[in-house]
Design a protein around this ligand. Structure first.
Ligand SMILES: [Zn+2]
Length: 266
């Protein structure tokens, strides 16, 4: 057996482990940021839809008030004309027009009341929410119960958290960029060497690492594969000690003597 080939592979595993260690520093942060950004977008949409409703109510209220003012103006005008009416027929016709405008006014007033009631309900719903929050009864809350000010606060808190986590991640990435680049270069070179020496071994290594396994090459530890803790048959120990490798029957990892990792780290 050619032991130098396995040494080359252990060296590759050593380099890949180093990259893995660096990446593990940021483990969780990208996922955490994604989750926070989703919450942030959801909160933003809630605020947006509340603002839209408030704006629509305001516009409708303005329109109704304008209508009422116009109607009142017309009524004043009709009443003035009534004082100049030449006969009952003219007078009655104006009375009918006044009546019509008055109906318009009361119709508009009902709509204004509806708006006021809807606003009152919104306030009461949020008041209920505030009460539930004070009593820690979050599971009984519905979306519309969240008070406006707390929703806004939530948006600001989430924005801050996203910013903070992003800065944290960025600084890790920046701090480790040179190291990662240097390692990647070494890894590429090492892979080229192994490809020439033993493509089969490299394929085996890549195949093992194509799933969840990162440590395709592992140390023999207490006579067992340190990847899965399955015992290595005694008759294979000598070969491992001599610098060879053993394919774990249980997990398929390449098991070598720990000395090879020490040598690869030099
Ligand atoms: Zn194993």
């Amino acid at each position: 057996m050619d032991h130098t080939k396995i040494n080359l592979l252990v060296r590759l595993q050593h380099l890949d482990n180093q990259i893995e260690n660096i990446i593990s520093l940021q483990r969780g942060l990208p996922e955490e940021i994604n989750a926070l950004e989703e919450d942030l977008a959801f909160t933003g949409k809630q605020i947006e839809s509340r603002l839209k409703i408030a704006e629509e109510r305001l516009k409708l209220r303005q329109r109704l008030n304008e209508t009422i003012n116009e109607c009142r103006g017309k009524i004043r005008n009709f009443k003035e004309k009534q004082t100049l009416a030449r006969n009952n027929k003219e007078y009655d016709a104006l009375s009918k027009q006044i009546e019509y405008e008055e109906k318009e006014i009361s119709h508009s007033e009902i709509q204004l009341q509806d708006i006021a009631h809807a606003e009152q309900r919104t306030l009461e719903t949020q008041q209920t929410g505030r009460q539930l929050i004070e009593e820690n009864r979050y599971d009984e809350m519905t979306e519309d119960m969240m008070p406006d000010d707390l929703l806004q606060q939530q948006l600001e808190d989430l924005s801050k958290q996203v910013k903070q986590k992003k800065e944290e991640l960025d600084s890790i990435v920046v701090e480790t960029a040179d190291e990662v680049n240097a390692l990647n270069k070494k890894i590429d070179e090492q892979r080229e060497i192994i490809k020439k020496e033993s493509k089969r071994l490299l394929d085996k290594y890549d195949h093992l690492r194509s799933g969840v396994i990162q440590n395709a090459v592992v140390k023999l530890n207490r006579n067992a594969c340190s990847g899965c803790n399955t015992r290595v048959p005694t008759n294979r120990h000598t070969m491992i000690v001599q610098g060879g490798f053993y394919l774990c029957e249980s997990c398929g990892r390449i098991v070598v003597h720990e000395r090879l990792f020490d040598e690869a780290a030099d």
